[in-house]
Design a protein around this ligand. Sequence first.
Ligand code: ADP
Ligand code: ADP
Length: 225
Amino acid sequence: MFIDIKDVSKEYFQNNSTFKALDHVSLQIEKGEFICLLGPSGCGKTTLLNSVAGFEKVNSGSIEIDGKQVLEPCISNVTIFQNYGLLPWRSVQKNVELGLESKKLSKKDRHDIASKYIDLVGLSKFSKSHPSQLSGGMQQRVAIARALAVDPEIIFMDEPFGALDALTRLKMQDEISNIWEQQKKTIIFVTHDIEEAVFLADRIVIMTPNPGKIKSIVSVPLARK
Ligand code: ADP
Ligand code: ADP
């Protein structure tokens, strides 16, 4: 078992009372799985994602990755957000090199690895451009290239395509699906869009709010293939 979420509950303090964002949630995820967390706003998808990523502390239960308890964010995992998180003053090339700067690599190796992933997401012609010169879809592709370049164990994606127009969103879904086919990364992907979940996921974890719970888990064996 790669990711083991055991009986996790998480409460927030809101308006002088406690609010159960996650109520006894358990979920096991295998290496290489593409998991979508699906459900309406407020059902705890982001809270669950952030807890596995180590950004949130849970109140009870435990989360283990590869047998180790998650206590803080791990540098071998990456998160991709809706708002891309690119540095506006850096070129596409330098944005993708960003995650590699913490690794002991020569300047040339950093450059070559970044270029490979920029090529993978189809942006070679734009490596010298700055984020503001690119469309939203292209910016999100830069964020994906930057995430993949560090060769992460797990990619967390929180509504990454939510800010994109419908057509670009479909293209990005295709792209992330193709990348997943090639690289077999473990991906946990938050969405409230059922079509997106069915298209992308191996398994869809359907959540309900008040309190945030897993209602059911659905395997999607034929959606993509
Ligand atoms: P989404 O539904 O897209 O996940 P939300 O707007 O519900 O986004 O919340 C975005 C983030 O804002 C949450 O992940 C959380 O960190 C924070 N947040 C949400 N609700 C509250 C709240 N009532 N008080 C403080 N922070 C909140
Ligand atoms: P989702 O991603 O499914 O929209 P969230 O995990 O963002 O759900 O939030 C679940 C519930 O917890 C929501 O009702 C939200 O308002 C609340 N919440 C999230 N973050 C915080 C926070 N930091 N403080 C207080 N309440 C929060």
